[in-house]
Design a protein around this ligand. Structure first.
Ligand code: SAM
Length: 287
């Protein structure tokens, strides 16, 4: 099936999301190419603004990207008492880098993205996100996140994995062995946070990822945010901490310091609420 039909783009991922498909009305196809790693499309939509699509899956839209980018960044950064050195894996649109550099204690940000074409096209067509690449705290490496992790030991306070879904080049970033590598790349009491799918769609898959994380991290949690252009309008984050006394739900940065940061979605209240899960999900993940 063609994912662009009569002016509508539809996500046709029968394996990942059986029997459902989110669609956006497209005004214009801005760019289309096949890189070494994936199909890349950038389209202008009628109601969500500009949109990046990789292998037929929506990655971000201008209208709602801030929810995802702020939450995947600030949940782990504010759960850590002193997140000086941060690693971002993936994140080729630049939105997570744009957010991470805003945290007042962050001094150095390293990013490893597999596909230089996503970065270049984002700079050209998605400047409101790609502005993250221009920050002087950021050092970008083009390469595979899994391989990069093997070469770094005891280095980062926080690792954020802003990957695409577990098909194509991102498959390795959902494996248990990836959590083991991240553990070794972290400093004492380090924290990881990965894009983890929606509990409406992937309950067993998320549980499996959390079990993989539990093998290597003293504390594990799952937090959620609302992103209308993701399947079910919803996405979660799998978080792990090496600190056995970790309290994920209470931000370490004070409320007034958080309020002073230029953010649209994340706040101290939203942080704590993100860890509150419906009873059936709570039971499935933690009992
Ligand atoms: N917010 C998005 C979402 O969850 O839909 C993810 C956005 S970001 C564009 C995902 C990035 O991960 C892509 O640019 C892709 O090239 C990158 N990526 C996928 N596999 C990777 C790997 N093994 N190492 C590094 N980057 C990877």
């Amino acid at each position: 099936m063609d994912s662009l039909n009569n002016g509508w783009f539809s996500e046709l991922q029968a394996d990942l999301w059986p029997g459902q498909s989110f669609s956006l009305k497209v005004k214009e196809v801005i760019h289309k190419e096949k890189s070494r790693f994936q199909d890349i499309q950038i389209v202008e939509t009628e109601t969500y603004g500009r949109c990046l699509i990789l292998d037929g899956i929506i990655q971000c839209t201008a209208r709602d990207e801030f929810s995802y980018q702020e939450m995947i960044s600030f949940l782990p950064l504010c759960a850590h008492p002193n997140p000086k050195k941060v690693l971002i894996v993936g994140g080729g649109d630049g939105g997570v880098a744009r957010e991470v550099v805003k945290h007042p204690l962050v001094e150095e940000v390293h990013q490893v993205e597999i596909d230089d074409r996503v970065v270049e096209l984002s700079k050209q067509y998605l400047p409101a996100m790609a502005c993250g690449f221009a920050n002087e705290k950021l050092k970008l490496t083009i390469g595979d996140g899994f391989d990069y992790m093997k070469k770094h030991k005891n280095e980062f306070d926080v690792i954020i994995t802003d990957s695409s879904d577990p098909i194509g080049p991102a498959v390795s970033l959902f494996q248990e062995s990836y959590y083991e590598l991240m553990k070794h790349a972290l400093k004492e009491d380090g924290i990881v946070c990965s894009q983890g799918g929606s509990f409406w769609l992937d309950l067993d898959y998320i549980k499996k990822t959390m079990s993989g994380c539990k093998e290597h991290f003293a504390k594990v949690a799952y937090a959620v945010t609302s992103v209308p252009s993701y399947p079910c309008g919803h996405i979660g984050f799998v978080m792990g901490s090496l600190n056995k006394n970790q309290d994920f739900a209470t931000p370490k940065l004070g409320k007034s310091e958080i309020d002073a940061i230029d953010l649209r979605y994340y706040s101290s209240e939203v942080h704590s609420a993100a860890f509150a899960l419906p009873r059936w999900v709570q039971k499935h993940f933690y009992e």
